[in-house]
Design a protein. Sequence first.
Length: 258
Amino acid sequence: MRARLRALVPNYKGAERALAVKVPKLASLIAASETYQRLNSNMSVDDNVREIERIAELGARQGAVVTVGIATSFVCPYEGLIPEDHLMSLVERFVGFGITEISLADSIGLAWPTLVAERCRVILDRWPDVTVGLHLHTLAGLALANAFAGYQAGAKSFDGSVGGIGGGIAMPIHTTGMGNVATEDLVYMFESCGIETGIDQDAIASVGRKTQEMIGTGGGHVTSFGTMEGFLTQSRRQLARVAAAPPGDSGRRQPSPR
């Protein structure tokens, strides 16, 4: 598998800079929530849509792929549940610009599986040629469940962060646990379910552990225990050591059942 580079371009100037250094894919960004959109970029939703139209035209002229990520696609910390028809009106405009890769972001990590699946399904029913992606955060502990529900509804692209590092959007109240879903957890889930990712599970778990050691934070579930095979290998080695220990040796003590 080859790594493919993309650049997040929040405005037209960013797109120009990315194209100047030959970045092949530009990820534009907008918020579905008018309140958060103005706080985040000092633009209205309509102004940002027009900016994305210009970016799409620029990308087409220079042979770059332009995608769009829609923040607060499900829930906004200020406005609450985002109406589905409003989200679909944005998708319709982006499809009209020739954009065929659209990512829905659960920016505060409060979406739930049936909501995620329904919005993916509605988009794909209306625009079957669109590639739907998901960008998920972990506040409610449902990021992996949301990813799988989205996959079953037809989503094909999933953002992840090694070790789950990174945070969510700015919030009106202080909160913790808003990290990104860990890449190694996504890979473990999909591969365990027979869905090929093309990513080496042991290698990505190792990168997660090294990242955690370097910055002193982060770490997905797989970062701590490794893959199932790795976990079982360690357990069997421990069992073999217990069996080989002399009678009366503390090494023969069996682990307590839980």
